[in-house]
Design a protein around this ligand. Structure first.
Ligand SMILES: [Zn+2]
Ligand SMILES: [Zn+2]
Length: 409
C-alpha cells in the first residue's frame, strides 16, 4: 500500500475538480453534468476499491521470478537514473496505451476511460478496474534492471501528470506543446471524430506520437465530440466495466466459425466476425446528430446520488488506508459495502427508482455488523455513520414523485 501515491493525491484531485467546477459555472461553459461526473468519479472509486480484490500478482512475479533473470538492479542514488526511468516508463506507457486502443481485448478494459461524453477533470479519474497490462510491457525494463518499486513510483507520477490535461479550460501552451502532452493533445485523444481516432497516446511526453506517426494537432475549427463510437448509455460503474467484454463474449458465443471465436479477442479494435456484423449489427453513434446520454432525474434524487458519491469517497479512502491485511472474503465484503452505493446511486440518476437503494441500505446493516470484528475501528464507525445518513436521507426521497418526461428520440 505504501507505494500508492495516487491515493494520497486524491484530496488534491478533488480540490482541482471543485476549482474547475467553479470556473465552469462562472464562465457558463457547461462542461460539467452531474450524471456524467458521477459516472467518472464512481468509476474512479470503483477501480481503487477493486484494488482490494487484486493481489498485485504481476508485481510479485516480476519481483521474485524475474529477479533470477534480470541484470543488476540500477542504483537509485543517481538522480539521472530516476530521470531516465521516468522517460523510459512513459515510452513503455505509450506502447501499452497504443495497444490498448488497437487490440480488441485490451480496448475492452481501456474503453472505460473514454466512455465519458464530457471532458473535464473528473474524466481523468474514470479508470478501469482491470488494467494490469502495462506490467506485461514493463517486463523488458525489469529484465534490464529497473527496480520494481521505483518503477511503480514512476507509474504513479505518470498517472498524476495525466490528471490536469483533462480540461477544456486551457487552450494551447506555446512551446510546451512541442514536447509535453497538453490538454489540447489529450482532448484529441478523447475525441470520437473520425480524424482523431487513435491519436496522441502519450502519457507525459508527446514526442512518442510524433516519432511513431500517431500525432494529431487539435483543429479549433472542428468541434470535438467526446466519448466512444458506441455510446455507453449508462452511468453505472459495473455496466461501464463490462460493456465491451460482454459484447465480445456474445459475438464469440454466437459466431459460427470456431476460428472466429478465438480470433475476435486479438483482432484490431472493432473487428467482428462477418456473420455477427450481418446478423447482429451494432448501432454506431451518428456524429452528425450527436446527443449526449442524459437521463432525467429530480434534483433531490441527484443530490442523494451526489451524497453517496461523497460518502463512498471518504469511507473508501479511510478503509483502504486502515485495512491492509484482509483475507479475500473480508476484502470482498469491504468492497461490496463501499461500491454498492455507487451502483444504486447510478440507478437513481438513471431514473430507475429507489427500491433497490432501500434494499441496499437494509442489507448493509447486518453485513457491517457481522464484519465489524475484522475491520479497523475508524472505518467501521465511518461506514456506520454513512449508513445512518443514507437512511435519514432516504426518507424525504421516498416521497419525491418523479415528473413524467417523454423519452428522448
Ligand atoms: Zn486512451
Ligand atoms: Zn484521458
Amino acid at each position: 500500500m505504501g507505494f500508492d501515491i495516487t491515493l494520497f493525491a486524491a484530496p488534491g484531485f478533488m480540490l482541482c475538480v471543485l476549482i474547475e467546477l467553479a470556473v465552469d459555472r462562472a464562465r457558463k461553459t457547461g462542461y460539467y453534468r452531474l450524471n456524467d461526473s458521477f459516472g467518472s468519479l464512481a468509476l474512479g472509486i470503483f477501480s481503487k476499491s477493486t484494488l482490494l480484490l487484486k493481489i498485485s500478482l504481476l508485481a510479485m512475479i516480476t519481483q521474485h521470478i524475474l529477479a533470477d533473470w534480470s541484470l543488476e538492479s540500477w542504483s537509485l542514488d543517481n538522480p539521472w537514473v530516476w530521470v531516465g526511468m521516468f522517460v523510459l516508463y512513459d515510452f513503455v506507457y505509450y506502447w501499452s496505451h497504443r495497444m490498448r486502443h488497437e487490440i480488441n481485448f485490451l480496448w475492452a478494459g481501456h474503453s472505460i476511460h473514454h466512455s465519458s461524453e464530457d471532458y473535464n477533470l473528473t474524466t481523468a479519474l474514470r479508470q478501469t478496474s482491470s488494467s494490469v497490462f502495462v506490467w506485461v510491457f514493463s517486463i523488458p525494463a525489469f529484465l534490464l534492471g529497473a527496480p520494481v518499486e521505483a518503477w511503480i513510483v514512476c507509474g504513479a507520477w505518470n498517472l498524476i501528470y495525466q490528471f490536469w490535461v483533462h480540461t477544456r479550460h486551457i487552450k494551447t501552451l506555446g512551446p510546451m506543446e512541442w514536447v509535453m502532452v497538453t490538454p489540447s493533445h489529450h482532448r484529441v485523444h478523447h475525441a470520437q471524430n473520425a480524424r482523431y481516432i487513435d491519436k496522441n497516446h502519450g502519457g507525459v511526453f508527446i514526442i512518442w506520437d510524433k516519432m511513431f506517426g500517431t500525432f494529431s494537432q487539435e483543429d479549433p475549427s472542428e468541434e470535438i465530440i467526446y466519448g466512444v463510437r458506441r455510446s455507453l448509455g449508462s452511468v453505472n460503474p459495473i455496466t461501464a466495466n463490462l460493456q465491451v467484454w460482454r459484447s465480445m463474449a456474445v459475438d464469440a458465443w454466437f459466431t459460427q466459425r470456431w476460428a472466429d471465436k478465438l480470433k475476435i479477442w486479438f483482432m484490431p479494435t472493432g473487428w467482428r466476425p462477418i456473420d455477427m456484423e450481418r446478423d447482429r449489427p451494432i448501432q454506431k453513434t451518428d456524429l452528425a446528430h450527436f446527443q449526449k446520454y442524459d437521463p432525467h432525474c429530480e434534483p433531490t434524487q441527484g443530490a442523494y446520488a451526489l451524497l453517496q458519491l461523497v460518502l463512498a469517497m471518504l469511507v473508501g479512502t479511510l478503509f483502504l488506508l486502515e485495512n491492509k491485511d484482509l483475507s479475500y472474503s473480508e476484502a470482498v465484503i469491504g468492497w461490496l459495502l463501499i461500491s454498492a452505493p455507487l451502483v444504486t446511486g447510478a440507478w437513481i440518476l438513471q431514473g430507475q427508482g429507489i427500491q433497490r437503494e432501500i434494499i441496499r441500505v437494509l442489507l448493509s446493516y447486518p453485513l457491517l455488523f457481522a464484519s465489524s470484528t475484522f475491520y479497523g475501528e475508524y472505518s467501521v464507525w465511518a461506514m456506520a455513520i454513512a449508513l445512518g445518513i443514507s437512511t435519514l436521507a432516504l426518507l424525504p426521497l421516498y416521497f419525491v414523485k418523479p415528473t413524467e418526461v417523454p423519452l428522448a428520440e
